[in-house]
Design a binder for this molecule. Structure first.
Ligand code: GLU
Length: 495
């Protein structure tokens, strides 16, 4: 069987956004599933809008997501000659022609057609039939021209079989002779993209439904360039709650892949979320490992209707799609601790909390601690915020538990240091012994142990909730627990 070759050809005019990443992911899955190749091609022919920062962002974004490519990145601008050659071939074979109509003439004709309520307001083919002499004369006068593709004069419809949508047809009469080279000599996307896909021997083009109007015209170009037609699969679009297409322009950073990298998301959680935007496995399964997804992915299960990226600008809880947050929590909780350790290391380092010992002598402690505290966390950022007390002494105390669990009981000011004294003398500092001692002390004081336990939690971690108290105590260790419980006056004075 012919080798499967797919491509991801972003235009580097902005950051890599959710929609682009999903396209890359689907192409990657398809390539992996078929033992094929993914080609990364940067379509940088729009010189004014393409930027190096965007190229870097796309590459970094894909690397972060783990979407690796087999060839490239190729840069479209490096193949300009191929595009010009193709246009010249089409001219030479009579399948394209030079059009000298000016913008003003075209606009006038369009308006006239609109005024007459004609349904067809496309190009009327004025320059289609110019003689060689007429062309030579206009050229000699230096009149600028574009090159238009000559749509074959055929009855009936053009069609292709879309792998998602089935047969797509368009009547030949609906096409106008479209421009393939601008008056400045620069070939347009429609042509460059086809020429590159032919050169890169692309077998399957998997892209958004917003490209369907391009596809029918490109089918004509494949035929004219005598190249085999690849398979097309058009994916549903991703919309916001107001049914607007997700775009960098209207939605800002929340749709940028970088945002998720910078805000503590796990790359695979984002991939897993993205794959369910517009695709379903046909089962109840929601969480997929990389291998499972490669196995399960199937273009025929792609939805035909658009999917919704459910976020509400300005709403802290819905700052991104809650399903994506839930996926992130799931992976935080269930992923291999070593792998989590590497990700958290970056966060700790960025917050100046990383200690090299966590990778060597204290590695067991480090991984155990992550395993203990990750259950309630939403993102990797939480390890340096809500989890700061495990890695530093300068952690803040949340005002809510401070009020409820500490300030409400002024006697804790003496009780907790007393408990610290007892802990100090404990030879075997374990969850059992520390709990027992705490309960005995509560009995002596004739108070509920909860008063001591909640106070301790707040003082030791700064948080209202968390893992089991005496697991926290042993994880923090005798020295830190004693020091923190002895030194609580500032909590009363600062409050
Ligand atoms: N450069 C185009 C884009 O980013 C490529 C579309 C395609 O052919 O897949 O939309």
């Amino acid at each position: 069987m012919e080798e499967v070759r797919v491509r991801f050809p972003p235009s580097p005019t902005g950051y890599l956004h959710i929609g682009g990443a999903r396209t890359a992911l689907f192409n990657w899955l398809f390539a992996k599933q078929h033992g094929g190749k993914l080609i990364l091609r940067i379509e940088d022919t729009d010189e004014e809008r393409s930027t190096q920062a965007s190229i870097d962002g796309i590459i970094e974004g894909m690397q972060w997501l783990g979407i690796d490519w087999d060839e490239g990145p190729y840069f479209q601008t490096e193949f300009s000659q191929d595009h010009i050659d193709a246009a010249n071939r089409l001219l030479a074979s009579g399948q394209a022609y030079k059009c000298f109509c000016t913008k003003e003439e075209l606009e006038q004709k369009r308006e006239a057609a609109l005024a007459q309520k004609k349904s067809d307001v496309g190009y009327d083919g004025t320059c289609r039939h110019l003689s060689a002499e007429e062309i030579a004369e206009k050229e000699a006068q230096g009149i600028p021209y574009v090159i238009r593709f000559k749509v074959p004069e055929r009855q009936g419809t053009l069609f292709y079989d879309d792998q998602v949508l089935g047969r797509i047809e368009r009547a030949y009469s609906e096409f106008e002779d479209f421009v393939i080279v601008r008056s400045n000599g620069k070939p347009l996307y429609l042509l460059c993209n086809v020429v590159d896909d032919i050169r890169d021997r692309i077998t399957h083009i998997i892209r958004g439904q917003d490209h369907m109007t391009n596809t029918t015209r490109q089918v004509l170009l494949y035929e004219a360039l005598e190249a085999p037609l690849p398979s097309f699969a058009h994916m549903p679009l991703t919309l916001d709650l107001k049914k607007r297409k997700i775009s960098k322009r209207s939605h800002g950073e929340i749709v940028a892949v970088q945002f998720y990298r910078d805000n503590g998301f796990i790359p695979w959680a984002l991939c897993n979320f993205l794959c369910l935007l517009g695709w379903n496995p046909g089962t109840e399964q929601e969480y997929f490992s990389r291998e499972e997804l490669i196995q399960a992915f199937d273009l025929s299960r792609m939805s035909r209707v658009n999917s919704v990226f459910n976020f509400r600008p300005g709403d802290a809880k819905f700052f991104t799609d809650p399903k994506l947050i839930a996926m992130n929590e799931h992976y935080l909780r269930s992923m291999d601790l070593e792998a989590l350790g590497t990700m958290v290391q970056k966060e700790l380092a960025a917050a100046d909390l990383w200690d090299e010992a966590y990778a060597t002598t204290q590695k067991d402690w480090y991984l155990h601690t992550l395993g203990l505290i990750r259950d309630r966390f939403h993102t990797l950022k939480d390890f340096t915020t809500a989890g700061r007390a495990y890695f530093a002494e300068d952690y803040g105390v949340d005002p809510k538990p401070l009020k409820k669990n500490v300030l409400k009981h002024p006697d804790l000011k003496t009780w907790l240091p007393q408990l610290a004294e007892r802990y100090k003398g404990l030879a075997d500092f374990s969850a059992e012994t520390t709990e027992q001692l705490c309960r005995e002390f509560a009995d002596e004081l004739e108070i509920k142990p909860g008063i001591l336990i909640n106070g301790m939690r707040t003082v030791l971690t700064g948080q209202l909730a968390g893992p089991s108290m005496f697991d926290i105590v042993t994880t923090l260790g005798q020295e830190r627990v004693v020091a923190r419980l002895s030194n609580i006056d500032h909590l009363y004075t600062e409050a």
